[in-house]
Design a protein. Structure first.
Ligand code: GLN
Length: 446
């Protein structure tokens, strides 16, 4: 009730939620109460959360912030929704986001932009802008989020939160609406590494319904939080401190490196030579996969259907033309182009080869260091509307986050200070399945 009241009072200004599920929340809270009364224990029993509106929730609208799915009521729960419900969590609502998770500012949502609680004239980052705004404004203690190219980490950085994108395959994608299937990964945003660890432990694990889910036991992320980081080898990639990083953010990240030294870590300069190629590689691979994934939304089976059409071709064109926003249409066009006969070799195949090089950079780095540290975003949150007419400028927001998705490694963002009252985040990247180590390092720092 406390959180629902805060949502009522504060969310009209922030717009962090697309749907509030008050009645469902009260039912779940009563169930949690009954379980507690029976003596059941559980770290998450009765803890409220917000689900990003990319996760299917049975009987509840699941829009992906698109007009295309405005009236879509999911017929089943995503695996992570099922798991967190079973742990006794109480879902307060569904978070706003960029349409189909395409964006870095939460301005592409059909339901309108989300405002950053630290300064409501600024963006909260994207695509998980609703998830972070809600948690930063204490409308919920935690929220789920997804990260295809930085959508957990960049918004966490812009709102002073801790957000983690686990290894590709660690958390089930069943029931998570696909954007770019080889990059998409679910995770969590919270107010501390400890909170994130508790929720991630519950979300993780093998799921036979997701063919990319990995059959490997889940480490106890919570039990490992208090390990000392003395002797931990931290790699600092020179490419992440080149031009483009705002001076204020650089000072804070450098101060954080100093603090890690004081905690006993060993700092090593490293190189990830192919990282400047991450943005162009991602913006070929991600749209290619998106164009294929979104082909199912044709106005026939489900989703928006245009009125007054005469032919089948007309039905496709009008339904998709009306249902998808400008950024989604741009991605579909780019994706279709790079996959076309005659262009496939020059773009898609080439991008896949560069992706391998980026991946190999990390494999080489992790022979010498345990974690890689750098900035999460180039600067603090920007003003709403700043990059509205310049998609390429918007894409450059993802410069430090995309490589982790291309390689499939775990990565997280944690708060590292303020510039003129606006938060700056610090990024940690780890080797495959080392999310436990990242959370431990973050917890020691916090
Ligand atoms: N900003 C990136 C994009 O627009 C990443 C989005 C994401 O991680 N979902 O594609």
């Amino acid at each position: 009730q406390h959180f629902l009241k805060r949502i009522d009072r504060l969310d009209p200004q922030l717009n962090s939620l697309i749907t509030v599920t008050a009645a469902r929340a009260m039912r779940q809270a009563e169930l949690a109460d009954a379980r507690l009364a029976k003596g059941e224990a559980g770290a998450l029993l009765g803890i409220p959360l917000i689900q990003k509106d990319i996760f299917c929730t049975q009987g509840v609208r699941t829009s992906c912030a698109s007009q295309m799915l405005d009236r879509f009521i999911a017929p089943y729960d995503a695996t992570i929704v099922q798991k967190l419900d079973a742990a006794g969590m109480v879902m307060l609502g569904k978070a706003n986001m960029d349409e189909f998770a395409m964006g870095s500012s939460n301005e592409t949502s059909w339901y309108g932009p989300v405002k950053n609680p630290w300064d409501v004239t600024r963006v909260p980052g994207g695509s998980s802008g609703g998830s972070v705004a809600a948690v930063a404004a204490a409308l919920a203690p935690v929220a789920t989020a997804t990260d295809t190219g930085g959508s957990i980490r960049q918004p966490a950085s812009l709102t002073n939160l801790t957000g983690i994108k686990p290894t590709y395959g660690r958390v089930s994608r069943f029931g998570m609406i696909a954007f770019a299937s080889s990059l998409d990964q679910a995770g969590v945003v919270a107010r501390s590494a400890e909170d994130a660890a508790v929720v991630l432990r519950e979300m993780s694990g093998f799921d036979p319904r997701d063919s990319t889910s990995v059959e490997k036991p889940v480490d106890d992320y919570v039990a490992g939080l208090n390990q000392s980081i003395k002797g931990l080898r931290i790699g600092i990639p020179s490419e992440y401190f080149a031009e483009g990083l705002a001076p204020g953010a650089r000072v804070l990240v450098e101060a954080a490196i100093q603090k890690f030294k004081e905690l006993g870590a060993v700092i090593k300069e490293i190189s990830l030579p192919n990282s400047p190629l991450s943005v162009p590689t991602y913006y070929v691979v991600a749209p290619a996969e998106a164009s294929s994934n979104l082909a199912r939304l044709d106005g026939v089976r489900y989703g928006h259907r245009a009125d007054g059409v005469k032919t089948l071709e007309d039905l496709y064109k009008k339904s998709r033309g009306e249902g998808f926003g400008a950024e989604v249409q741009r991605r579909i066009m780019v994706g279709t182009y790079v996959l076309s006969h005659g262009y496939y070799d020059a773009y898609y195949l080439k991008a896949q080869k560069v992706r391998r090089l980026i991946c190999d950079d990390f494999k080489a780095a992790f022979k010498d260091v345990d974690v890689v540290l750098g900035p999460t975003a180039t600067d603090v949150a920007f003003k709403l509307g700043t990059n509205a007419d310049d998609p390429v400028a918007m894409y450059l927001n993802d410069i430090y986050t995309i490589a982790a998705n291309l390689a499939g490694i775990p990565a997280m963002s944690l708060p590292c200070g303020f510039v003129d009252g606006l938060p700056v985040g610090l990024q940690l990247m780890g080797n495959y399945f080392e999310e436990g180590r990242l959370l431990n390092v973050a917890h020691q720092y916090q």
